[in-house]
Design a protein around this ligand. Sequence first.
Ligand SMILES: [Zn+2]
Length: 181
Amino acid sequence: MQDLVRYARSPGTLIASRFEGPDETICTCCQHARATVSVAGKALCPTCLPAYALDTPRIDETASLIWLPHVDQGVLSRLTLALHAVCAQQGEAIGTATTGPAGHAGAIFAELRAQAGGLIERIGTAQISHLREAARKLSQAPLQRQHVASGIRVLHHGVGLPDEPNSYRHYLNTLKEGSSS
Ligand SMILES: [Zn+2]
C-alpha cells in the first residue's frame, strides 16, 4: 500500500503527463483499469490519477481526501469507479439522482465523502492541495507518522482534471460502450 504522506514529501513536481507505454498496461494503483496517464513514472488510470498528481492546479475540484484506513487506495478507486459508472449509465452524475441505482450509488458516495471528517481531525484538512504542506508538518516519528499515513485516501469526485473537466465523463462513457459491445 502506498504511503501517501511519504509520497507527498517527495521532491519534484507531481503532475500528469501522457502515458507512452503499451496500450494494454494496467494501472499500477488499482491493478484493474487500463492506464491512460503517467505521474512520476507511475502508469495510472483516470480514477487513481488525482491520488498521485498532487500538484495539479485546482486538483480539489476533481477529488478530495478522506480517512479510510481499512480500504486501500486501489480498492477505493475500484469502488468509486463502479459508483460513477452506475450513475453514468443512467445519464446522471454522482449525487444528482435520489432514487434507483444512481441514487443508491450517490448515497454510498456521500458516506465515503463524510469520512473527510476523520481526516480533518487528524491533519487539519481534507483538501489534496494542502496535503504536501500538511505532510511536511507531520511528525517524523515513524510510528506516529505511520498511524496517520495509513488511513489517508483520495476520493475521485467523478470530474476530470480542471483543464479537461469532461474527460472523466467521456472515460465512463467509453467503459459503458465497452461493456455493451
Ligand atoms: Zn487505477
